[in-house]
Structures are given as structure tokens and as C-alpha cells.
Ligand binder design. Structure first.
Ligand code: CP
Length: 304
């Protein structure tokens, strides 16, 4: 049985296969409409979500399967003190596959040890978000037609941004990738990502707090939200939350084929005036998320 806890659980070849299946689903949805008949997905969300939970649920429904689950810890027996392990053993009796989001880093890994069905990490604290990364890779593959030879700007909360950590890990396996890491000093990328991923793999990167300085070099600009829920004091959050606001003026020097991405939700970091720019890909990215999750469910359930 295979789980998806970290993007590194998938080889580059497996990711390529998932992207290929997702593209086929986009072209031929009817071929897949009964693939998961009589299968059940459980979505266990101990932390809020709009896209991840609903895209998993619509993915399973479009594969002909069914969905059970909860959208907050307070509506489950967690509120009575039940452990993650006991919850997982219980839900494994009712479902064939589980997508789980939890505020504690490592909780999906703990769950996978006890689980009798495949576990998908749908985000654990400030750690990882592998299915967002699969979404991002499908977006890049569809919009840029390649996953190598790219200069990628990552902007905002690089410290707590789990989507950024997983994306750097995944993209570092492709050729000729350069990262421009744009953040305020307090929200710089963690040392372990620099040491264990970037430096270990000889990946070129620059750290800066200036959003516009490298704009003309970027093939992808990946904006992120400053994450209020990860701050220990509100004062720091209020000081940093509007540090970057991408607007039309800031895009003046950007390439014509720049791809602007954001895992969403957005707060203020992309002005709504950018939404009409043909380079804004973040709502397309949402749509791609459903297709790659369909491909992932099929893979983990070993359905051809
Ligand atoms: N991108 C993402 O994880 O969005 P949600 O928090 O809405 O699931």
C-alpha cells in the first residue's frame, strides 16, 4: 500500500505519469466517470480548507465514487480527545482512501503508520502540501510546456509556506532550475530547505526582499499569503501581512509569457486588477488541482 505524505514519496517518473493521466482526464473525462464506482474517499480536515477538500471531493465524485468526512476537528471526536491514530483506524473501516489535513507537522505520517488504507497528506502545519505541488507541477507543465529550464520567483511567506517547501523540493529534481526567493527577513526560507534541498542538489538560488529587482528574469512568479495562523503574535503578522502586493505597475518589466501562480487563498498579496492579466494563472491552477487529484486517487487505489 502506498501513501502520499511528502512529494519525495513520488519519483520523477511517477509524477510524469500522474501529469499524463491528469491531461488525459481533462481531454476524455467520460473515460474515467465510473473508475471509482463503489469506492469511498474520506476527507478528514482538522484545519480549514476550500480548494483542497472540495477538489478532492469533486475528484472522487467525477470518478464515480463517494465521499464522507468532516471539515473541522470540532465536529469530530477529536474534540473529545480522540488521537489521530484512533481516528484513522476508525475511518479506515468506512473508506478506501483518506485525504487528511492537520495543523501538526507529521500528523499524516503518524496516521499512515496505523492506517489500513492509503493516506494522502492534504497539508500538515507549515511543513508539506504535496497535492498542491502536484497541482503546481501540472499547471507549469500545461502553461509553460516544460518542467525544466525555468527561473522561478517564490514570494511572500517562505518560512511557514508549506506549498513553497514542497514545490522547491519537487522542482529541484528538474534540470536548470533557478529560484529567486523573495521574502522579508523574518519569513526567509528555512535553513533545512537551503541545506538539504538547494545546496545538496547544487540548485542556483538568490535571496532578496525586493519583488521587482528580478522581475524581468522570471518565467514563473509564485506568490504566497503571509499565514496569520502560524504567527505567535498578532503584532508581527500585522507588520508583515502587506509587505508584498503585486499590482500592474510591478509587472511592467515582466516577461510576456510570465506565469503568475498562487496556491490561494489570497488576502492582499495580489491586487485584483492583476486577475484580468493573461499571465495570471491562479484560477486555472485551482481547476488543474481537481484533475491531478483524480489521477492521484486512481494511482493510490491501483485503478488503471
Ligand atoms: N491551496 C490550498 O491549500 O487551499 P485551501 O487551504 O483552500 O485548501
Amino acid at each position: 500500500m502506498k501513501h502520499l505524505i511528502d512529494i519525495k514519496d513520488l519519483s520523477v517518473q511517477e509524477i510524469e505519469e500522474l501529469i499524463k493521466v491528469a491531461k488525459d482526464i481533462m481531454q476524455n473525462p467520460e473515460k474515467y466517470s465510473e473508475k471509482c464506482k463503489h469506492k469511498k474517499l474520506a476527507t478528514l480536515f482538522f484545519e480549514p480548507s476550500t480548494r483542497t477538500r472540495l477538489s478532492f471531493e469533486s475528484a472522487m465524485i467525477e470518478l464515480g465514487g463517494n465521499v464522507i468526512g468532516f471539515s473541522s476537528a470540532s465536529s469530530s471526536s477529536t474534540a473529545k480527545g480522540e488521537s489521530v491514530s484512533d481516528t484513522i483506524r476508525t475511518v479506515g473501516c468506512y473508506s478506501d482512501i483518506i485525504a487528511m489535513r492537520h495543523p501538526k507537522e507529521g500528523a499524516p505520517l503518524v496516521a499512515s503508520i496505523k492506517s489500513t488504507v492509503p493516506i494522502i497528506n492534504a497539508g500538515d502545519g507549515g511543513h508539506n502540501h504535496p497535492t498542491q505541488t502536484l497541482t503546481d507541477l501540472l499547471t507549469i507543465s500545461c502553461e509553460k510546456k516544460r518542467l525544466d529550464n525555468l527561473t522561478i520567483g517564490l514570494c511572500g511567506d517562505l518560512k511557514f509556506g508549506r506549498t513553497v517547501h514542497s514545490l522547491i523540493t519537487a522542482m529541484s529534481r528538474y534540470k536548470n532550475i533557478k529560484f529567486i526567493l523573495i521574502s522579508p527577513e523574518e519569513l526567509k526560507i528555512p535553513e533545512y530547505i537551503k541545506e538539504e534541498i538547494l545546496e545538496k542538489n547544487n540548485i542556483e538560488y538568490v535571496e532578496t526582499n525586493d519583488l521587482e529587482k528580478y522581475m524581468n528574469e522570471l518565467d514563473i512568479l509564485y506568490m504566497t499569503r503571509v499565514q496569520k495562523e502560524r504567527f505567535f503574535n498578532e503584532e508581527d503578522y500585522l507588520r508583515l501581512k502587506d509587505y508584498y502586493i503585486l499590482n500592474k505597475n510591478k509587472l511592467e518589466t515582466a516577461k510576456e509569457d510570465l506565469c503568475i501562480m498562487h496556491p490561494l487563498p489570497r488576502v492582499n498579496e495580489i491586487a485584483t486588477e492583476v486577475d484580468d492579466d493573461p499571465r495570471a494563472c491562479y484560477f486555472k491552477q485551482v481547476r488543474y488541482g481537481k484533475y491531478i487529484r483524480m489521477a492521484l486517487i486512481l494511482k493510490l487505489l491501483e485503478i488503471k
